[in-house]
Design a protein around this ligand. Structure first.
Ligand SMILES: [Zn+2]
Length: 484
């Protein structure tokens, strides 16, 4: 099956499209130019200037460093360590990966979130949020977090899609291993003979490698399970003897995505949902503290994507393109925000794209300038959204907050959506790492969620599978071990 095999995973290290250019640019630093004739005076002046610049830069850096560490010390009241902190009670590192679906970056300021802020204050945060992968949808992103792979490589290219090779349909209840490529964290952990526990996560019910979704440690998805019960079950794993405690656990909450779709990101319902998630984080912290393991356990709190408001005036109808080209609904695999189209064989794909864009750019199609259609190979490379047969050949990128529909209707609605270009700030979510290997009060620049896989395997000190993350990334975020 062509679409089942995982071929050539480019890591972020070899991301530049032309490896030769990349190699050359690395070489420039080590290239030795022949010395040019120069007067001693000029050399002396240059040397003095360089020294002055270096000194002032060093002083400025030292000032920034000390002023930031002072702020850190006064705000957190905890001793600063430049090395990872030794485990006090547990015999091995444990990572709890928590996902709050649709937790848009900035929601943490909607209301008082004392528990989330406790993790932020004493942990490491992506200062301007975590960048989801494209398309910024739930299943593709959760599985990118779990595998470190872009959707084109892990195979879950949408929440639902059709495999063009055999015509089989994937939906969010599909648990056959053939859909789920790559190696998710629970499988990596099981392959090392260690225990993992999943309290819901897309893909976690799929049997892969040594992971057989054991009844005791792998919950079958059921959205009606109260959040409290989920937290308490995860906490109960810590009541086992230390050697029996799973080294990796997932914990998933559907909120505030659920409310975000119905009412958009700026509604009192979102504020309530955020406050509830904060209470769940508080319940988790309290339970770990009660068991004396809070400082030993690593909590990584993330979301899968953000949310943006949509409204009935921000629509684009494919039927409005009929003057240029008819797009029957049978061609369309998904409408919005990820427009994906697979015309039957016999049609010229580039002709379809050209005619659609001609109509959209004509000024005669309502909101036509808010949608641009591409052959998938011609999408911006930063989206990493072409290297899979499962991805339909024609993809539309729609402007933030706009939606694509087949035809106009009388339906009036405002709500929220995600799935847009991951460059939009509204699609960002949160990343907070709290635990022995995370510095306290540290802010790191935003990064893509494909980096999380390597971060977790690094904390657990196990070898991970090949993925799209950067192997050196954990060194830039985690504290080093104290050398003896
Ligand atoms: Zn989601």
């Amino acid at each position: 099956m062509g679409s089942d095999k995982l071929t050539q995973i480019p890591t972020q290290e070899d991301d530049p499209p032309n490896p030769t250019t990349a190699l050359l640019s690395f070489n420039t630093t080590t290239t030795h130019h022949p010395p040019r004739p120069i007067t001693t005076t000029l050399l002396l002046v240059t040397l003095l200037l360089t020294t002055a610049i270096t000194l002032s830069a060093a002083l400025a850096f030292a000032f920034l460093f000390f002023s930031s560490t002072t702020a850190e010390a006064t705000s957190s009241h905890t001793p600063i360590s430049h090395f990872s902190r030794p485990l006090q009670k547990l015999t091995h590192p444990v990572v709890i990966l928590v996902s709050s679906d649709g937790f848009r970056f900035g929601y943490q300021f909607k209301t008082d979130t004392p528990n989330i802020h406790r993790l932020i204050r004493n942990g490491t945060e992506a200062e301007t949020g975590l960048i989801p992968v494209f398309p910024t949808l739930t299943f593709p992103n959760h599985y990118s977090i779990a595998t470190g792979l872009y959707p084109a490589f892990h195979g879950i290219i949408n929440n639902y899609f059709v495999d063009p090779i055999n015509g089989d349909s994937f939906n969010m209840g599909s648990h056959e291993p053939k859909w789920w490529l790559g190696e998710p964290l629970w499988e990596t952990v099981a392959n090392h003979g260690l225990k993992a526990a999943t309290y819901f996560w897309p893909g976690s019910e799929v049997h892969k490698g040594s992971w057989s979704c054991p009844a005791k440690f792998c919950m079958n998805y059921n959205g009606s399970v109260p959040f409290e019960e989920r937290v308490d079950t995860v906490l109960s794993y810590f009541d086992a003897p230390s050697s029996e405690i799973p080294v990796f656990m997932t914990l998933y909450f559907e909120d505030p995505d659920h409310q975000g779709h119905q009412v958009g990101p700026d509604d009192p319902e979102i504020t309530d949902a955020v406050a509830r998630i904060d209470r769940m984080i508080g319940r988790l912290i309290k339970g770990l503290e009660k068991r004396g393991v809070f400082e030993d356990v690593t909590i990584i709190m993330v979301g899968d994507h953000g949310m943006v408001g949509t409204c009935d005036k921000k629509l684009i109808f494919l039927e409005d393109l009929a003057k240029w080209i008819e797009i029957p609904k049978e061609w369309v695999q998904s409408y919005s925000p990820l427009l994906s189209i697979r015309p039957p064989s016999g049609y010229s794909l580039s002709d379809v794209v050209a005619k659609m864009n001609e109509g959209l750019g004509s000024g005669k199609v309502s909101n036509g300038d808010k949608l641009k259609v591409y052959l998938k190979e011609e999408l911006p490379g930063r989206l990493h959204f072409s290297a899979s047969e499962r991805i339909p050949p024609i993809i539309g990128l729609v402007e933030e907050g706009f939606k694509v529909e087949q035809k106009g209707s009388e339906r009036k609605e405002c709500g929220g959506a995600h799935g847009y270009d991951n460059a939009f700030f509204s699609m960002r979510t949160i990343f907070i790492g709290h635990g022995p290997q995370f510095a306290r009060g540290l802010k790191v620049p935003s990064f893509e969620n494909v980096q999380i896989y390597n971060l977790v395997t690094s904390i657990l000190n196990i070898k991970g599978a090949a993925n799209n993350g950067t192997s050196s990334f954990p060194n830039t975020v985690l504290l080093p071990c104290k050398s003896i």
